[in-house]
Design a protein around this ligand. Structure first.
Ligand SMILES: Nc1ncnc2c1ncn2[C@@H]1O[C@H](COP(=O)(O)OP(=O)(O)OP(=O)(O)O)[C@@H](O)[C@H]1O
Ligand SMILES: [Mg+2]
Length: 358
């Protein structure tokens, strides 16, 4: 079964051909980073225009690389949301037209389920993740711990109350005068920095306060939620002190990058391990752009190895950041339960919620 998958939710124009939900025949990602980096972030209008220019060449390249033709494709899959509406419209309308003209069934997906299912790419049989599982999804727009008892069954058991982990990496990079996207640059600066140079706060929401209208705490509840805004502010305070004394040297930038990175990763690992213990799972998955972070992978692997009979999976780096192959992997599961969209009616939803449809 060949699935042609399209993903245009943010600033990557991606088209892939995926066979049986796991075998990637082609994965084209036309990046717009050069267009957006001078603005320090993604400009929605610029992204939408670039998608229009890039989508047909990416489509042709994906079919060529997969050595196939549209007539040999069985299903069309596309990200319906969430994301930038102008960007989503380009992908969704392209997918609708291809599905209609070629009389192919159309599947629409949530972007985050794509990130989760990147963990099934290039795996089969016994090598696939086993349920029940939790997935730490750490990306530019989300930081969630998702509990899944079976395929397509999503329960968000932990989430960020403010910034996502990816946003924190991007904003700290900006404070340090580094390029966008910040994640890969922070981690490369961190390699030569001293992670003990600064001790940034590890915000712990284990007992999340429930406050009354006057702001007083009424009770506290068990929580697996995250918060990165305090960490971000703590970094900003150090940067301002160093700037005021003209001492924000390359070495200091590396030290701050290393100290920030280990702090953010500590927070992510701590809650994930708590969730793994509380939910009696067989597998921990890591997904989203920040899953490309080497230190996060190593820290999670070390912590999970201390749990009994829990496997750990993360996608290949090229499938951590946005790509269409992951959408093809998730689409396969929706095809198996006959969950299709009407190509005459499908519209993108920039605020789409991750819900289970069965
Ligand atoms: N090696 C890395 N270390 C840390 N962060 C990284 C690394 N590589 C990429 N990132 C971060 O990943 C994020 C991009 O991930 P992704 O493409 O999944 O986000 P998005 O699609 O914009 O958001 P979402 O998936 O939530 O809609 C950016 O914030 C980037 O800085
Ligand atoms: Mg993404």
């Amino acid at each position: 079964m060949k699935i042609l998958a399209i993903e245009t939710s943010c600033d990557d124009t991606s088209v892939a051909v995926v066979e049986n939900g796991n075998h990637v025949l082609s994965s084209i990602v036309s990046s717009q980073i050069d267009l957006h980096s001078k603005y320090g972030g993604v400009v929605p209008e610029v992204a939408a225009r670039a998608h229009i220019q890039n989508i047909i060449p990416a489509l042709e390249e994906a079919l060529d690389e997969a050595k196939t033709k549209i007539t040999n494709i069985n299903f069309i899959a596309v990200t319906k949301g969430p994301g930038l509406i102008g960007s989503l419209i380009v992908g969704v309308n392209t997918a609708r037209v291809i599905a209609l003209l070629n009389k192919k069934p159309l599947v629409s997906l949530h972007h985050t389920e794509g990130h989760i299912y990147a963990n099934w790419l290039e795996k089969s049989g016994k090598n696939c993740p086993k349920f029940p599982l939790i997935c730490l999804t750490v990306s530019g727009g989300h930081t969630n711990i998702i509990y899944m008892r079976k395929h397509l069954d999503y329960h968000i058991i932990g989430k960020t109350l403010d910034d996502s982990a990816g946003e924190a990496f991007d904003k700290v990079a900006k404070m340090l005068g580094l390029d966008y996207p910040g994640g890969p640059i922070i981690s490369s600066c961190a390699m030569t920095g001293n992670e003990k140079a600064y001790h940034f706060p590890r915000v712990d929401l284990t007992q999340k306060p429930i406050r009354n209208n006057d702001g007083f705490m009424e009770e506290s509840v068990e929580s697996l939620d995250f918060s990165f805004s305090g960490l971000k502010t703590a970094v900003l305070r150090e940067v301002r002190i160093l700037e005021a004394t003209n001492s924000l040297s390359k070495n200091k930038i590396n030290d701050i990058a290393a100290s920030f990175q280990v702090c953010a990763n500590d927070i992510l690992v701590r809650n994930t391990i708590r969730a793994a213990r509380n939910y009696g799972i067989k597998t921990v998955l890591l997904s989203g752009g920040v899953a490309a972070n080497e230190q996060l992978r190593e820290m999670l692997a070390a912590a999970i190895s201390k749990l009994d009979n829990v496997d750990f999976y993360f996608p290949a780096s090229k499938f951590c950041t946005d790509n269409a192959a992951m959408i093809g992997a998730a689409a396969y599961q929706r095809i198996l339960i006959n969950d299709f969209s009407d190509p005459l009616k499908l519209i993108p939803d920039s605020g789409l919620k991750l819900i289970y449809a069965s």
